[in-house]
Design a protein around this ligand. Structure first.
Ligand code: FE
Length: 204
């Protein structure tokens, strides 16, 4: 399950150390006048508000309403996601895994916090926390139950360990009772957690 997180066998980032270094660097750059704190804020704003799970939700809704797109998405995630304009750092090598009545997919990064930024934005705190990273692999059903998600014993749970090279997006099951819905309405049912695999898409 675990493996090297880049070709050199290092993690691509160590959250705690990285955060400290970023803070130190940011203060220094601002203090010396190299960086405009406003520009920094806009960058953070971009990842908190513009780039976020609503991007992934559009991908999912399109897959639910367009069988050819779904096929392309499952065959080459990066290319199909780029068709909708979602590209960039941490999203170069996307694999999309589909939930069905037989399989439930769950995404984790056991070593750090690799996450598909262009479609989901920044990872939630629990995704980066050691308990989730360790337990998602060892006892995924117990973890899912804590998220309020019961997965039947007849359903296989597959856990995908993200790395710097491959990021995963879960294509959740389309909720019942949404026949005839358009992509925009469907997208509103697709939550961040549904695309990580710790929840289902919301019921209408
Ligand atoms: Fe990682």
């Amino acid at each position: 399950m675990t493996g090297p997180h880049d070709s050199n066998g290092r993690h691509d980032h160590e959250p705690d150390a990285l955060e400290l270094r970023v803070q130190a660097l940011e203060s220094l750059l601002v203090e010396r006048g190299y960086v405009d704190p406003g520009a920094m804020d806009r960058l953070i704003e971009t990842y908190e508000h513009e780039v976020g799970p609503h991007n992934g939700a559009q991908v999912v809704a399109r897959a639910w309403t367009d069988p050819d797109y779904r096929e392309r998405l499952l065959t080459d995630g990066s290319a199909a996601i780029a068709e909708l304009g979602f590209t960039g750092r941490q999203g170069e090598h996307m694999t999309v895994v589909e939930n069905t009545t037989e399989v439930h997919n769950l995404v984790v990064c056991t070593l750090c916090s690799c996450y598909p930024w262009p479609v989901l934005g920044l990872p939630p705190v629990w995704y980066k926390a050691p308990p989730y990273r360790a337990r998602a692999v060892i006892e995924p059903r117990a973890v899912l139950a804590e998220f309020g998600l019961e997965v039947g014993e007849d359903v296989e749970v597959r856990v995908w360990d993200s790395t710097a090279e491959i990021r995963y997006l879960v294509l959740p099951e389309r909720p019942a009772g949404t026949d005839g819905w358009g992509a925009d309405a469907l997208a509103r049912l697709v939550t961040r957690d549904a695309m990580i695999g710790t929840a289902r898409a919301a019921a209408p």
